[in-house]
Write a protein that binds this ligand. Structure first.
Ligand SMILES: Cc1cc2nc3c(=O)[nH]c(=O)nc-3n(C[C@H](O)[C@H](O)[C@H](O)COP(=O)(O)OP(=O)(O)OC[C@H]3O[C@@H](n4cnc5c(N)ncnc54)[C@H](O)[C@@H]3O)c2cc1C
Length: 537
């Protein structure tokens, strides 16, 4: 969805027009200082969809934060604690929270919560694991700073009243117990509430329905403020530092086409795309010379696009066999539960012809699943509590839509897939022998998940990889300063949250890495921006 559409969804202009033009200073401890009012000020590039004559308001703050999601509000609180009180947070939607509202949990290591539970993973082992997992295809200094700070950030959040529950591992193999979530769930919501409360108590204004459209620079290229729109009002805000916390590019078709070049965009399916995630921060920063970096991807799947969720949940089970359009296996299907890499199934799937796979199961296993009701994989809750009972109906519905095939022979299934029947039958015969020998000679899948396919009817489900979120795009250095193409910091410009890239490779990391990095990077960006501002004063 475009910016314009997001704006239409989020802005109630009529209410705002009743305000006086001056945005009042909200007291000694911060707020905006209005420096001019109606029709004054410089000519502004008007991309707003309003036909009404714009009022132009000039304002001045020390720090302007763009985005009222997790990164935005955390960076504002951090800057406040570091001694800057004249801060404004601008959020384009009607409500704050962004994707952070949906966050369930976060990664942390050497946190006080883990220490209380006697969990002894170290920062060093997690750093090494992360860097190896990403083939060092990221900014190692930035990752090191993040890893060494996650525990401190949890401690900081606890001091703000966030109550974490039991820390758990995310995979079945219990490799790393690093996943933190609040006792009542809804970690993102809890953090938002705590931060907004602090901002309110300190009279820091969080202006909703205010879309930043441009970064302002001086002759040297340093950032000196922003231009924003609020309904028909145009705002020109000068600031000693600006922090970008605008979130993901997930809903921008243009940016997706750029970062996933040459792809059939209908196969780049972003499950967690929210309409406001249009990559504004990246676009604005690039306009003033900022460098970009790769997009990293949290893949969840495989599943059919918009598929019946009970079938989607079945497809993600590690016990099923996955073949590509040629009829060959291409992945250790259990990798998501036996190792710490649930997204890698989909990375492998993304390399297959047409980015499609077929997930196969026989009738005996299907019925066994429905009888025993055991949970095998991550995200099974996404199917709902009764997904196994709803499965038969779901399969019929998927077959009607052409996304599933039920047949008594592999020849019919091969025709459905469009592959050579002999290749498919060889794949099945070989896989069944692996099951019998309890040894996957091809991809070393854990024998616990090897189940033969011998009892017709056989089922084939068409699956694609689903991207949960696109992470990154904007390049910063290890101090969260946005850099130009020569890797030189752009003075006065900082970023935090998932707009920032280069801390992951092309995939994901420990589960909950996004919110972990968001909390850390926003905290650091706020602190570093405050230091910059105070040094300038
Ligand atoms: C459904 C869902 C569930 C998730 N669950 C988890 C989880 O459990 N654990 C985890 O680690 N991660 C999770 N994530 C990832 C999550 O996106 C990040 O962890 C993190 O919350 C991102 O914070 P952010 O502040 O960078 O972005 P957001 O929270 O998305 O905030 C960005 C804000 O900037 C605003 N904005 C954008 N452009 C402008 C502009 N031009 N002017 C003004 N405002 C603007 C947006 O409207 C938005 O409010 C989840 C994501 C989704 C979609």
């Amino acid at each position: 969805m475009s910016d314009r559409r997001s704006e239409q969804m989020g802005i109630s202009r009529r209410g705002f027009l009743k305000e006086t033009t001056a945005v009042v200073a909200t007291g000694a401890a911060g707020g905006l200082i209005s420096t001019s009012s109606a029709a004054a000020g410089p000519a502004i590039d008007r991309t707003s969809d309003s036909k009404a004559p714009a009022r132009i308001t000039n304002l001045s703050v020390d720090i302007c934060v763009i985005g009222g999601g997790g990164a935005g509000v955390i960076s504002a609180v951090s800057a406040l604690e570091a001694g800057v009180t004249n801060i404004v947070v601008l959020e384009k939607m009607k409500q704050t929270g962004g994707t952070t509202k949906g966050v369930m949990g976060m990664f942390s290591v050497e946190s006080p919560v883990q220490k209380r539970q006697g969990i002894r993973h170290s920062v060093d082992e997690c750093f090494k694991y992360h860097m190896d997992m990403h083939s060092w295809y990221c900014n190692a200094k930035l990752v090191r700073n993040w890893m060494t700070s996650t525990g401190n950030v949890v401690e900081w959040l606890e001091k703000k009243g966030i109550e974490f529950g039991e820390v758990v591992p995310f995979t079945h193999e219990r490799l790393f117990a690093t996943h933190h979530s609040t006792k009542t769930g809804g970690t993102g919501q809890a953090v938002m509430q705590a931060m907004l409360k602090i901002l309110k108590e300190n009279k820091i204004e969080v202006r909703t329905e205010t879309r930043v459209k441009k970064l302002l620079t001086n002759a040297r290229g340093d950032v000196i403020g922003v231009e924003a729109t609020h309904g028909s009002e145009e705002l020109r805000i000068t600031a000693k530092a600006v922090i970008i916390g605008t979130g993901s590019i997930s809903a921008s078709d243009k940016l997706k086409a750029r970062f996933y070049p040459g792809e059939d965009q209908s196969n780049v399916y972003i499950m967690g795309a929210q309409p406001f995630a249009t990559g504004d921060g990246l676009i604005m920063a690039e306009e003033i010379g900022a460098a970009s970096t790769h997009i990293s991807t949290l893949f969840i799947g495989p599943h059919g696009h918009n598929t019946d969720e009970s079938v989607g949940t079945l497809m993600r089970r590690p016990n099923l066999i996955k073949v590509n359009r040629l009829g060959y296996r291409f992945v250790d299907e259990a990798i998501g539960v036996t190792r710490n890499f649930p997204w890698m199934n989909c990375l492998a799937l993304d390399r297959q012809p047409d980015k499609v796979c077929y997930v196969l199961i026989d009738h005996a296993t299907l019925k066994e699943f429905q009888k025993t009701k055991k949970s095998y994989a991550l995200f099974e809750a996404m199917g709902g509590p009764n997904w196994l009972e709803e499965l038969d109906k779901g399969i019929v519905a998927e077959e009607k839509k052409g996304r599933a095939k039920v047949a008594d022979t592999w020849d019919v299934i091969a025709r459905y897939i469009g592959c050579d029947p002999e290749i498919l039958k060889n794949t099945i015969t070989q896989y069944n022998s692996f099951c019998e020998n309890k040894y996957d000679a091809e991809f070393l899948k854990d024998p616990a998940y090897l189940l033969p396919l011998t009892t017709p009817p056989y089922y084939a489900f068409q699956g694609y990889s689903g991207i949960d979120t696109c992470i990154g795009g904007l390049r910063t250095n290890h101090n969260l300063e946005v850099v130009n193409k020569k890797e030189t910091p752009i003075k006065g410009l900082y970023a935090g949250g998932i707009v920032v890239g280069n801390w992951l490779g092309i995939g994901y990391g420990f589960f909950g890495s996004e919110f972990s990095f968001t909390t850390y990077s926003a905290f650091a960006a706020g602190k570093n921006a405050a230091k910059f501002v105070l040094n300038k004063a």
